[in-house]
Design a protein around this ligand. Structure first.
Ligand code: ATP
Length: 229
């Protein structure tokens, strides 16, 4: 579905809690803008930005957890609904999302509407995640369209999510968990962390693709200067 300014709702003091997990290697304007636009479309009370320690389904991040966390703090400092959460960095072993959601559910209680945000590319791999079924016991899924990823939804995933799909974003606030919402956000920025890393390696300016504060941090700490070994 496409969300437009006309069905924006104001963020309420109580509302949906969103988990935004990723490698954030580094965080960029595609991440930031998506999360901000969601807070304008859904009644979100807080976005937990959760950098992973050991991503189970992809190569290890190039920058350290501490560096990725610091960049997230710099990028989100002025946005009151954004909260940088280091719980996966403090946990040893693979960063299973289901364990993170279990921890959030325990903190917020059984009645709090909770959702996990995923880009389309991440959603496509969902059936290979640990305890996929349990994810929807714990939270809703909000899947955002990501330009540049033309891959189709596998039939098994389509069938899995079909019964749980809702079209009305308001539905997410009515129940604590269990629904899948697909959203096409207004800006749809075709920015990826790999594009940034490659550009930085080639010493091209990556200005305006991530906040200046993040670029300064990258420069100061000499990140992404070398090829990954
Ligand atoms: P990489 O290029 O290294 O794979 P990435 O840009 O995809 O990184 P991640 O930290 O891996 O960034 O992504 C975390 C989450 O953010 C994923 O669910 C991903 O789909 C989503 N995401 C990343 N970039 C965008 C974007 N430009 N628009 C919407 N969602 C995005």
């Amino acid at each position: 579905m496409v969300i437009s300014a006309s069905n924006e709702v104001a963020a309420q003091s109580s509302g949906l809690v969103l988990m935004y997990g990723g490698t954030f290697d580094p965080v960029h304007c595609g991440h930031l803008r998506s999360a901000l636009e969601l807070t304008q479309c859904l009644p979100i009370q807080r976005v937990h930005w959760i950098p992973c320690q050991v991503p189970p389904h992809r190569p290890q991040p190039q920058a350290s957890g501490a560096a990725r966390l610091a960049m997230l703090h710099l990028a989100t400092a002025d946005e009151p609904l954004f909260y940088v959460d280091d719980r996966e960095l403090r946990r040893a072993g693979p960063s299973w999302s289901v364990e993170t959601l279990e921890a959030l559910r325990a903190e917020y209680g059984p009645h709090q509407p909770l959702a996990m945000l995923l880009g389309w590319d991440a959603y496509l791999g969902l059936l290979s995640w640990s305890r996929t079924e349990r994810l929807l016991d714990l939270a809703h899924l909000v899947v955002i369209a990501r330009p540049g990823t033309a891959d189709q939804e596998p039939e098994a995933l389509r069938a899995w999510s079909a019964e749980r799909r809702v079209r009305d974003p308001e539905q997410l606030s009515l129940h604590p968990a269990g629904s899948v919402l697909h959203i096409t956000l207004p800006s749809q920025l075709q920015i990826s962390a790999s594009f940034l890393r490659q550009g930085l390696r080639q010493q091209r300016s990556m200005r305006y693709l991530t906040p200046d504060s993040v670029l300064h941090y990258i420069q100061e700490h000499q990140l992404y200067v070398a090829d990954v070994v």
